[in-house]
Design a protein around this ligand. Structure first.
Ligand SMILES: [Zn+2]
Length: 477
């Protein structure tokens, strides 16, 4: 890795849609993908006289995330109006939290142990979505997203490279998913990220002028934007220019940032407490209740998999990365009584199929119970490894009982000693060279014999028995 002639300083603002049943201040469903403007009411479309009521579930989810981020939960919190005009913001202001965010002052630890400060995480409402018609005939607005609860998580400027920023985002996404707070689906906009970038000489303690970058649609573009923007600052400084405080947009195709507007300061938004919403008091009991029912953190789950299931670091990391997969694994481990085998089948065959077909676990039709049944058939000697793989492939999209499939596809392992003996004898006679080598002590030569037997038995011969019989028959030939 080449060392850059400057140090990159990055802070991230992550907006995540909370997975509540209803919107932040009204009872409209919080659901993605509905027909435009069908999930709206007078409150979320900003009709005169409509009054907002704060969503308790959004508070609980925000508190969960706050606690998981080692942050303080505010005992007193309130909502403020952030005033600005936007066509998809019918009220002319966004309800957000200014000086009393629900949670603040935490950290997220990276794998290296480095702690990235969390300055604050506050609740607010999402805006609607405008789309501009390609014909140029006009713009359309969909207000379904208006009022969807958002948690904005603001990190300290503690990140020092694009790789570190991506690791932070990965860890945060994992944590939000494990807390069941958000789907974090960037494609559906339930996780969005703004980046603050500045540069400074190595060893400097003061920060350089920061620039905010918006419009980042993937973690990859976050990384590329950070590098491109830092390089722009450096080039500007080398040519005698100065970096201005700006908001810029990332153009992923051209790999450049472009000026969007001069950075506005918070006074530009004329924040003031929302007179329609009372200040909220959060009781110690409520915080305790959330703490006591906090879902297991990814780090704790990883440690538990290593300790209780004896998994290696690689397998544990793979399984913990997605909560659904983790739950699937735990069910399968419990049902099969063999965690290691469950981890292997999920890691190799199931992930292999998912990667190849780009489909979900559910679409495979292989439930934890069905995979556990397969593992048991392998453990009790009904299936050897190649037959178990064949059964796995046959189970995809086929709801038949795995044991019934073994019979209908004739996959059962042949454990009949007499039958295998005949095939082994045939194999030995057909491979005189291998027999000679085996007699000379070259154990590798057994491979040719075993291969012959497996081919003859359509992969169904019990391999242990095959090896045993080769050793037994060899001296008799
Ligand atoms: Zn509504």
């Amino acid at each position: 890795m080449t060392t850059l002639p400057y140090e990159i300083v990055v802070g991230l603002e992550v907006h995540t849609q909370l997975k509540t049943r209803t919107k932040m201040f009204c009872s409209c469903p919080n659901r993605y993908g509905a027909e435009p403007n069908t999930l709206t009411c007078p409150v979320c479309t900003g009709q005169p006289g409509a009054l907002p009521v704060a969503n308790r579930q959004a508070f609980t989810l925000a508190m969960r995330v706050g606690l998981a981020l080692n942050a303080q939960i505010a005992r007193a919190t309130k909502f403020d109006r952030k005033n600005y005009f936007y066509p998809d913001l019918p009220k002319g202001y966004q309800i957000s939290q200014f000086d009393q965010p629900i949670t603040a002052d935490g950290f997220l630890a990276l794998a290296s142990g480095k702690k990235i400060g969390i300055v604050r995480a506050h609740l607010e409402e999402d805006a609607g979505k405008s789309s501009h018609m390609e014909s140029g005939a006009g713009s359309l607005v969909d207000l379904n997203r208006c009022g969807v609860p958002l948690l904005e998580i603001v990190s300290a400027p503690d990140l020092r490279s694009s790789a570190e920023a991506i690791e932070y985002l990965d860890s945060l996404k994992l944590l939000l998913r494990h807390m069941e707070a958000s789907d974090c689906d960037m494609e559906k906009g339930s996780l969005r990220c703004d980046v603050n970038v500045s540069i400074r000489p190595h060893g400097a303690t003061e920060y350089g002028q920061r620039v905010e970058i918006k419009n980042l649609n993937s973690f990859r573009s976050v990384g590329r934007a950070i590098e491109a923007e830092a390089a722009r600052h450096h080039a500007l400084q080398l040519s005698g220019g100065t970096v201005e405080g700006e908001t810029r947009l990332w153009d992923d195709e051209k790999a450049v940032t472009r000026l969007m507007r001069k950075k506005e300061a918070s006074q530009d938004y004329r924040y003031f407490p929302d007179p329609d919403l009372p200040p909220h008091h959060i009781s110690e009991e409520w915080i305790d209740d959330v703490r006591n029912t906090l879902p297991e953190l990814p780090v704790a789950r990883h440690a538990r998999y290593r300790r209780d299931f004896g998994l290696n670091d690689y397998d544990a990391t793979l399984l913990v990365h997605d909560k659904q997969v983790a739950m699937y694994f735990e069910d399968c481990a419990a049902l099969s009584g063999d965690a290691k085998a469950a981890a292997n089948w999920i890691g190799a065959e199931l992930f292999g199929w998912m990667n190849e077909t780009k489909q979900s676990v559910e679409a495979s039709g292989i439930t934890p119970a069905r995979l556990a049944a397969l593992i048991k058939l392998q453990k009790d000697g009904t299936l050897n490894v190649p037959s178990a793989r064949k059964l796995f492939a046959a189970m995809i999209g086929n709801a038949d009982d795995p044991a019934a499939l073994v019979v209908s596809l004739s996959l059962g392992q042949v454990n009949d000693r007499g039958a295998i003996l005949e095939i082994v004898r045939k194999a030995l006679l057909a491979n005189p060279k291998a027999v000679e080598d085996l007699r000379a002590g070259k154990q590798k030569a057994a491979g040719a014999i075993v291969g012959f037997v497996m081919k003859e038995s359509q992969g169904r011969a019990n391999p242990a028995m095959v090896n045993e019989l080769i050793a037994e028959l060899l001296p008799t030939l």
